[in-house]
Design a protein around this ligand. Structure first.
Ligand code: SF4
Ligand code: SF4
Ligand code: SF4
Length: 167
């Protein structure tokens, strides 16, 4: 009788350890998957997907909490790449998340700029230069096209344009 009890206790302990090990591995696997998803995303941190940046969106996809069609800057090419990585069917871009425009950069109409600096404060990558009350300009090589500088501009003098071939 005693050996049988010891055997059952041993098996239960072993199964418990296996379950604990599996539980400990899950977040790591999800982190690895989120990392691979994040590497495919455009990294503009524009939040058009409804998440505060690319990595939070990648985390949500990896957790099965978000569909793969919410990144407008990545467009159909990104959706296809995500579908392939995750073994899912591609979906059309969710129109609620915006439209795909190709690679774009911000351009300031310097004749209308009043030098208020609001765009500088909004730019997450310090791509805008200019002094207070003087015209501002965008360093196109740094601009990710996130559009975060557009809403704060009080005179609406920032436009998005196709990235020049040398930009
Ligand atoms: S919409 Fe795309 S590029 Fe913009 S934050 Fe979300 S994942 Fe990143
Ligand atoms: S200049 Fe505007 S569009 Fe370009 S990265 Fe800065 S905030 Fe985004
Ligand atoms: S927010 Fe508009 S007006 Fe103000 S500095 Fe930037 S571009 Fe010029």
């Amino acid at each position: 009788m005693l050996p049988a009890i010891l055997l059952i206790a041993g098996l239960s302990g072993g199964i418990g350890l296996l379950l604990l090990a599996a539980a400990a591995r899950l977040p790591t696997d999800r982190d690895g998957l989120a990392q691979r998803i994040d590497e495919l995303l455009p990294q503009t941190q524009c939040a058009q997907c409804g998440y505060p940046g690319c990595r939070p969106y990648a985390d949500a996809i990896a957790a099965g909490e978000a569909p793969i069609n919410r990144c407008a800057p990545g467009g159909e090419l990104l959706i296809r790449a995500l579908a392939e990585l995750l073994g899912r069917q591609p979906l059309p871009l969710d129109p609620a998340c915006g439209e795909y425009h190709g690679e774009r950069v911000a351009v300031i109409d310097e004749a209308r700029c009043i030098g208020c600096r609001r765009c500088i404060e909004a730019c997450p990558v310090d791509a805008i230069i200019g002094a207070h009350r003087h015209l501002h300009t965008v360093l196109q090589s740094l601009c990710t096209g996130c559009e975060l500088c557009l809403p704060p501009c009080p005179v609406d003098c920032i436009d998005m344009q196709a990235r020049p071939a040398d930009g």
